[in-house]
Ligand binder design. Structure first.
Ligand code: LLP
Length: 430
């Protein structure tokens, strides 16, 4: 896929010149490539085609209903974590019957919504939750489809905030206690055991931890199949993408990394399919970042340069409220000018910082970048996943727009928020 590349001196997304685009839509702005999202979905789906596989896209990664609608059109299922996400899936034309509902703290209202919508499964994360689902389903006179989430205690070797499969994480039920939890769940009248789920972490760049977790859990899945006739095993999401050198290494294609060697679908499938095939059951994948991460960028404009004694700061018009990953996880995002730099252009070491009143408000620190001046636009790459969805109105900064590119077509899938909209739900008491 070559969806973001320099053409005629300017960065393009598919057939659209991004410099011209931001003349119209302004900055900061998120831009997504439809072709890239579809390509990622299809590659994964084809890679796993030897299995009876259902992809449940992790909605949280990018939940704009236009993105959900695209994936729904491909037949994707959805992994959701809230009533709000279920609401979005329905509005986007997704099939609730292909939705798995994860999360450690589902409320009564959310459980009722899931039951009413006829979701595929509640992925329960504790025995207390299973009992509560049983109670709510009983009150409604229905039976709730459930799976339990096992915590396999495998090190995902990723950032500690996005690692979920170790005993010290709050997620899932310990491997040692999971058999007893199934046994007790099987006694409950208003739940039906349909599967087993796990998810060891996010942004995994090697297949080893996935392999280790699957190897550890498969024999137990086989037991569950014999005991309770379960229908699916969900191995979660977590496939990592390239954040480094993404443009140079094949233009934002997760499978062509240079320094950062990401997982390829081929590697993932080669390691996991032989382990999963003998189970002869539905395998669910819950990829989020893989699907949309490198399909999106955030464009921002340089406002000022400030040369301090220790550093040179380029102050841009996007802030940590628009993209929080660098501040929260020290996440690296490549940054490139929208106007293609001359090959001989010099680089200087700069900090790219936003206008928000926090020292954590940066997109890059001590980063050698081609020189950019006030008024130049730059693109923060690989921002399609956990970008806009984690944005906030902190410092009363309106949400940026989201634009979906389809060939030469430009679709505004969320306009920039206005100041009126920023306060429209607030009330001064009389
Ligand atoms: N399934 C479950 C149960 C999850 O908790 C997650 C992500 C996924 C699937 C999708 O994982 P992915 O394929 O996207 O790695 N905000 C962080 C990432 C948080 C991930 C939370 N769970 C970031 O920006 O890196």
């Amino acid at each position: 896929m070559h969806s973001f590349e320099y053409r005629n001196g300017a960065l393009h997304c598919e057939g659209v010149n991004l410099d011209t685009l931001v003349d119209e839509v302004g900055t900061p702005a998120y831009v997504y490539s439809k072709a890239t999202i579809l390509d990622h979905y299809r590659r994964l789906s084809e890679g796993m085609s030897e299995l009876d596989c259902l992809i449940c896209y992790a909605t949280k990664a990018n939940s704009n209903i236009a993105v959900l609608n695209l994936l729904a059109g491909e037949g994707s299922g959805f992994d959701i974590v809230s009533g709000g996400e279920l609401f979005r899936i329905k509005k986007a034309g997704g099939d609730p019957g292909k939705c798995t509902f994860a999360g450690v703290g589902k409320t009564r209202e959310e459980i009722e919504m899931g039951l009413d919508a006829g979701i595929l499964s509640f992925n329960a994360e504790s025995e207390a939750e299973v009992e509560f689902i049983n109670q709510v389903a009983g009150e409604k006179g229905v039976v709730a489809p459930i799976a339990l989430r096992v915590n396999p205690n495998v090190d995902a070797k990723t950032h500690k905030y996005i690692s979920t499969g170790k005993s010290e994480n709050k997620f899932g039920i310990d491997f040692e206690s999971i058999a007893g939890a199934y046994e007790r769940a099987s006694q409950l009248e208003h739940v039906k055991i349909r599967g087993l789920q796990m998810h060891i972490g996010s942004q995994l760049t090697s297949v080893g931890p996935f392999e280790e977790a699957v190897k550890k859990v498969v024999p137990f899945v086989q037991q569950l199949k014999d005991l309770y006739d379960i229908e699916f095993f969900s191995i979660g999401g977590g496939i990592g993408i390239v954040y480094n050198d993404s443009l140079a290494s094949g233009v934002m294609s997760w499978w062509e990394g240079q320094e950062e060697k990401p997982l390829t679908v081929e590697e993932y499938a080669q390691a996991l399919v032989p382990l999963l095939k003998p189970l002869d059951m539905k395998i669910i994948l819950e990829p989020g970042r893989f699907m949309v991460g490198n399909a999106g960028i955030m464009i921002t404009e340089v406002l000022y340069e400030k040369r301090g004694s220790a550093k040179t700061f380029k102050i841009v018009d996007a802030g940590m409220n628009d993209l929080i990953r660098p501040a929260l996880y020290e996440g690296h995002h490549d940054i490139v000018p929208i106007k293609e730099p001359a090959t001989a252009s010099t680089e200087e070491k700069v900090d790219i910082v936003g206008p928000v009143c926090e020292s954590g408000d940066f997109f890059a620190q001590d980063r050698p970048l081609p020189s950019v001046e006030s008024g130049d636009r730059i693109a923060v790459l690989s921002a399609g996943a956990y970008g806009f969805v984690m944005a906030s109105n902190y410092n009363s900064r309106p949400f940026p727009p989201e634009i979906l590119i389809d060939g030469e077509e430009v679709h505004t899938i969320r306009p920039r928020q206005s100041y009126e909209e920023l306060i429209e739900t607030e009330i001064i008491p009389r």
